[in-house]
Ligand binder design. Structure first.
Ligand code: SF4
Length: 308
């Protein structure tokens, strides 16, 4: 066994720590992770765990969300550089301008946003529950931020029942895909099912066989019996599917589907972060309370309340 893995596992026991890893992380991180999944799953695990320390192998907005849900736990981000390009496309000032342009319309923020942004919005969502959140909000119009493509995809799925005004943010990783990439892939692998994330450009999503969140893409592969799948989301998902389903063939739609920010965290970084308890996430009380109200609203309107 890798001695670094052993050392991390020993430290976890000594310090009563857990490691949460997003599916876009380098796949070797799974060797030390207690839970691996998408943002919503990891948010729930952060809340449920009775560990004293959470090491979040992901990007900063995820670690912030874990801190919001577990205010009494120490939440560590192994590498401070691990931010999210999309989350950083909006700040409080630009959000207020956006809201001022559409007065009286509730604002839905994607979980891929900072705590400051969540604190100024009415309800949060993930890519797994975005349709339900917008539908259950009961408003004819909503503001959706920061991702314009997820917002427009939600609007298309609700078939005109809700007008979605989107902010102009996007995920540079998913936006690297073009419709031409999908068409080329179809020609190369005509029997393969193309599975895309709703953060992709709409011209890509429209050509896919299935559009869904990270979790939904993984569920689709688990529940179906096709022999070939083409993955149109971050490479970490492709790596895990390839590792877990040896009897199925996977293609990554493009080698460009790598989020550099998600790849910062190495096993060394995780070890050092846990050993020194460094890069702790801290949030001020007022921001935390308002951001939690935004997250709680998501749980309230999509399922039984998990967080009081
Ligand atoms: S894949 Fe896109 S949305 Fe996800 S962390 Fe990277 S930049 Fe942000």
């Amino acid at each position: 066994m890798n001695s670094l893995v052993e050392k991390i596992n020993k430290l976890k026991q000594e310090k009563n720590a857990v490691i949460l890893a997003h599916c876009y992380q380098n796949v070797e991180v799974d060797e030390v992770a207690d839970f691996v999944g998408d943002s919503l799953y990891l948010s729930r695990k952060a809340k449920e765990t009775d560990a004293d320390i959470i090491v979040f192998a992901g990007v900063s907005f995820m670690a912030e969300t874990a801190k919001l849900l577990s205010p009494n736990k120490k939440v560590l981000l192994p590498r401070l550089e691990a931010g999210c390009f999309m989350a950083n496309m909006i700040n409080v000032e630009s959000l207020r301008e956006f809201r001022a342009m559409h007065k009286g319309i509730p604002a839905v923020c994607y979980v891929n946003s900072t705590a400051d942004i969540k604190a100024e919005c009415d309800v949060c969502c993930t890519s797994s529950n975005a349709i339900d959140v917008v539908k259950n909000l009961g408003s004819d119009e909503v503001l959706f931020l920061p991702d314009t493509y997820l917002g427009k995809w939600v609007e298309s799925q609700l078939k005109g029942k809700v007008k979605v005004h989107t902010y102009n943010g996007f995920c540079p990783t998913h936006l690297r895909l073009r419709a031409e990439d999908v068409k080329k892939s179809r020609l190369e692998h005509p029997n393969s099912k193309i599975l895309a994330h709703p953060e992709c450009h709409h011209t890509v999503s429209e050509l896919a066989d299935f559009v869904g969140s990270t979790k939904e893409i993984m569920e689709y592969v688990r529940k179906t019996n096709f022999s070939e799948y083409t993955i149109a989301t971050e490479k970490g998902v492709f790596d895990r599917l390839q590792r877990d389903y040896k009897n199925k063939t996977f293609y990554l739609l493009s080698e460009k589907l790598v989020c550099q920010n998600m790849k910062w965290n190495t096993l060394d970084d995780i070890y050092n972060s846990l050993l020194r308890e460094e890069h702790e996430i801290t949030l001020d009380e007022e921001t935390s309370q308002k951001a939690m109200a935004c997250i709680n609203k998501m749980f309230e309107i999509t399922q039984p309340v998990l967080v009081k």
